[in-house]
Design a protein around this ligand. Structure first.
Ligand code: S3P
Length: 172
């Protein structure tokens, strides 16, 4: 581990539905650190939902705002940040996270993700599409980037607290 590892913000990356926000919030509580959800920060900054940003301005515009918001959230303070599933796939955003934070890839099989995304239908990339096949395609396209994170934690079908324990173990 680089010696400043324990002072860096922890940034959770991985596909939609893997539990970045829930796991991130609980991880932050266990470490007594602040938690920030980057997608929520983007919605606040834009004054509209992510679906509306995609619909009105397109994905490229969303990615641009996403990068700026994540750059602002990585401010030298130790905290836990959950990112949207596409953030770490963008070269500039990924470079920023790798350079200044500790990236943790939360990984799960597409069928586990598909089950979990059913609970919320606000994701523009899944709208009107079959969740399992879309998530399988995204895993195929994106796992090579997520793999670049220095820490990998697989959540299988485990409850989120088990995943939090696995992250804490991987960080030791
Ligand atoms: C996206 C994931 C979403 C959100 C946007 C795009 C993606 O975040 O940022 O809908 O490209 O995978 P979650 O991973 O929190 O669902």
């Amino acid at each position: 581990h680089p010696n400043d590892w324990n002072t860096r913000p922890i940034v959770l990356v991985g596909l939609m539905g893997v539990g970045k926000s829930t796991v991130g919030r609980r991880l932050a509580a266990r470490l007594r650190l602040p938690f920030v959800d980057a997608d929520q920060a983007i919605e606040q900054a834009a004054g509209m939902s992510i679906s509306d940003i995609f619909d009105r301005f397109g994905e490229a515009h969303f990615r641009d705002g996403e990068r700026r918001v994540i750059a602002r959230l990585i401010d030298g303070q130790r905290k836990v940040i959950a990112t949207g599933g596409g953030a770490f796939v963008q070269p500039d955003t990924r470079a920023l996270i790798l350079d200044q934070a500790l990236a943790v890839w939360l990984n799960a099989e597409p069928h586990v993700l598909a089950e979990r995304v059913k609970r919320r239908d606000t994701r523009p990339l899944l709208r009107g599409r079959d969740a399992l096949s879309t998530l399988s395609e995204l895993a195929e396209a994106r796992n090579r980037f997520y793999r670049l994170a220095p820490l990998h934690v697989t959540s299988y079908d485990a409850p989120h607290d088990v995943t939090v324990d696995a992250i804490l173990e991987a960080m030791k």
